[in-house]
Ligand binder design. Sequence first.
Ligand code: ZN
Length: 198
Amino acid sequence: MEYYSSHISRLIEELGRLPGIGPKSAQRLAFHILNMPEEHVEKLAESIRSAKKNVRYCKICCTLTDSEVCPICGNEARNHKQIMVVENSRDLAAYEKTQKYEGVYHVLQGAISPMLGIGPDDIRLKELMRRLEGDVDEVIIATNSSLEGETTAMYISKLVKPTGIRVSRIASGVPVGGDLEYIDEVTLLRALEGRVDL
Ligand code: ZN
């Protein structure tokens, strides 16, 4: 990268740290940004800064939100005794798009992955177990059907079972390794309705 000025190199380097952005994409984005009108660049930079500053984890379900308690946890009309466990806020959004799920969520912010060195303590499991001390009827495990998602589902079911709370897993139909956010709403609904007790 020594053919570029240090400012450009730094921009390319920072963009290249983003997931899914290889060196070529980073270069392309960097030059695109440099060609953008100054005000657009300011807007982009400001939106990143303000999102980072204002977005936090809901103190109940751990999803990303900009208030202490997210709108779903704060909604009295939802069934707070039914908790769907998902890996991230994007998966939560996928289920919300179906407009058919009336329970609440718990967002793990990850999945257990021995290969990547991510253990149970690295995701929001303690927070989930604390919630289960309250009045809960069912935990629906909706982690992805990847190896990590299945490992996490198994781990959670082992933790929850002794509490006597019903534990279920969304049905197959969600393709293996499939990211929930890319699956259509009908398939998601079918997976939810066809969930099986663990
Ligand atoms: Zn919440």
